[in-house]
Design a protein around this ligand. Structure first.
Ligand SMILES: *Cc1c(COP(=O)(O)O)cnc(C)c1O
Length: 405
């Protein structure tokens, strides 16, 4: 019964162009990556899909720091943080992260999590009790949506970046605790939330602002300090979540906030308490990653990334203008996430396949990850791409555009 039930659903998904498939990376995360699929021999592809925005995932200094961390702290943590798995490496990393956010959050403390997904579940379930309302942007990341669904709090969603709707919801809200929750850089669109205006609303309505900076941490703001720094914000009402598997090149995530909030997470957040601490070597290597991100090499990498973003947008606008009947649209994004919106699921898959045939790897993103009718190629750039790499992608898209029916 179960297997037939699943097979029926699989057929439906296939008919809708929604079936997902994994590829196997045979080499480290990098623009040129050896990849295999379905038992076929591995091929080398030029990839525009990772969130490794600074090109640190395979940086020799981080590979070495990870090995050094393993020599110093062993391979695994052995237990959850509250039992015996909380090592000096984790504690040191949390000190570094608290200092990183100190310019934006007075007296900030930080807590390291195994993944960003868990950090968001932890935050929203621990703070979003029955006396709270969670106000969420409709395009927030799945982990924020799941966290809000799991929380006892009431959830109100507002249309993407629509602060008028949000202000009305806040005005009518009668619960004593109000939590506004937003992606800082929206993960499938690349656009920025208006954090200064959101913070102003939080102040006006005595609410808190939870910012998920998965795609801003390390990339935007002076020294890559992230979205709060980019907008020059400073407030005790800010609760910050940054992930460390994207620009930081390793894995895990953290929350930085007032020490009372951090302590409450340690006391009560089940996704923090009931999971084994990440290997301490990862925390050790993350401290090296923070030094790289905040230093001269980080600045160089961010400058290179910025140049590539400008190049890609200029060239893609010209390409779209030359092929108006295709209905392609470049999202309004200034970040490393540059979605090319195609609309239809099968069209997005066909475009991905046309690029694949030219040795280019750009993922097609379909519903439910994005709204119906906005299937897209999610192009992501990394500082380890070159101008020639971007040119090859644009040439590949031009070729697909000419051959498109
Ligand atoms: C990737 C991502 C997460 C989840 O972080 P992981 O460390 O990958 O679990 C959370 N929020 C946003 C906006 C993300 O893009």
């Amino acid at each position: 019964m179960l297997i037939e039930h699943l097979n029926r659903q699989r057929l439906e998904r296939e008919a809708q162009g929604l079936q997902r498939q994994r590829r196997i990376a045979e080499s480290p995360c990098a623009p040129r990556q050896w990849v295999s699929q379905g038992g076929q021999p591995a091929r080398e592809l030029l990839a525009f899909c990772s969130n490794d925005y600074l090109g640190l995932a395979n940086h020799p200094a981080l590979v070495e720091a990870l090995a050094e961390g393993a020599r110093q702290f062993g391979a695994g943590s052995g237990a959850s943080h509250l039992i015996s798995g909380h090592s000096r490496a984790h504690a040191g990393l949390e000190d570094d992260l608290a200092a990183w956010l100190a310019p934006s959050i007075p007296n900030a403390a930080a807590l390291y999590f195994c993944t960003g997904y868990l950090a968001n579940l932890a935050l929203l379930t621990a703070l979003g009790d029955a006396s709270a309302t969670i106000f969420a942007d409709k395009l927030n990341h799945a982990s924020l949506i799941d966290g809000a669904l799991l929380a006892k709090a009431t959830m109100q969603r507002y249309a993407h970046r629509n602060l008028t709707v949000l202000a009305g919801q806040l005005e009518r809200c009668t619960t004593p605790i109000k939590l506004i929750v937003t992606d800082a850089v929206f993960s499938m669109d690349g656009d920025l939330a208006d954090l200064p205006a959101l913070l102003a609303l939080a102040e006006r309505f005595d609410a808190w602002l939870i910012v998920d900076d998965a795609h801003g941490f390390g990339v935007i703001g002076a020294q890559g300090r992230g979205s709060l720094s980019h907008f020059g914000l400073h407030s005790e009402r800010l609760i910050y979540m940054g992930t460390l598997g994207k620009a930081a090149g390793l894995g895990g995530a953290f929350v930085a906030a007032d020490p009372s909030i951090i302590d409450w997470l340690v006391q009560s957040a089940r996704p923090y308490i009931y999971t084994t601490a990440a290997p301490p070597a990862v925390a050790h290597a993350l401290r090296e990653s923070l030094r790289l991100i905040g230093g001269a090499e980080g600045d160089q990498r961010r400058a290179q990334l910025q140049q590539l973003i400008t190049q890609l947008r200029t060239q893609l606008f010209a390409l779209i203008a030359a092929h108006p009947t295709l209905g392609w649209r470049l999202a309004d994004s200034s970040t490393a996430i540059q979605p090319l919106i195609v609309g239809d699921n099968t069209a997005a898959l066909a475009l991905m396949a046309a690029l694949d045939a030219q040795g280019l790897w750009v993922p097609a993103i379909r519903p439910p990850t994005v709204p119906v009718g906005t299937a897209r190629l999610r192009i992501t750039l990394s500082a380890s791409h070159s101008a020639a790499d971007v040119q090859r992608l644009v040439d590949g898209l031009a070729c697909a555009a000419r051959e498109s029916p």
